[in-house]
Design a protein. Structure first.
Length: 140
């Protein structure tokens, strides 16, 4: 149980500057930050995977290794994933077929590049990602 006073701002209430500031202030992993409810409220495991998939960032990437371009792509993916999911009542059957969510199976084919979807434990959670287009470490 998390007391509401321990929650960070809602993921959609963060403007781009605040989100970028969070990414720059954290030394740890990007997936860990996205799922840390005391830093950003409202992003769970499957949506963090989707955001990272759309931004082309490996879930094990470190926040400090993300350059401004990559942070911007992640911000855009954050908004897109959350807004689209809300518009479609978070119904997996109504989410875009090109997203990762319909392919969250180890060995499935990536809708973006044809690479393979892989599963690893990252930040203590099962994480799905494309082993081809999602960079483990973006250039700084």
């Amino acid at each position: 149980f998390i007391d509401e006073h321990d929650l960070g701002p809602d993921a959609l209430d963060l403007d781009s500057g605040a989100f970028d500031g969070l990414l720059q202030s954290v030394r740890g992993g990007v997936k860990s930050l996205l799922m840390n409810q005391s830093r950003i409220a409202g992003i769970g495991n499957i949506y963090s995977d989707e955001m990272l998939f759309q931004a082309g960032v490996h879930p094990a990437a470190r926040c400090r290794d993300l350059d401004a371009d990559v942070r911007g792509r992640l911000d855009e993916a954050r908004r897109n994933v959350l807004e689209t999911s809300i518009e479609r009542d978070a119904d997996p059957q109504r989410l875009p077929r090109e997203w990762l969510l319909p392919r969250r199976d180890d060995g499935a084919s990536c809708s973006r590049c044809g690479g393979s979807i892989r599963r690893e434990v990252v930040s203590g959670r099962g994480s799905y990602f494309c082993d081809t287009h999602q960079e483990r470490f973006a250039a700084s």
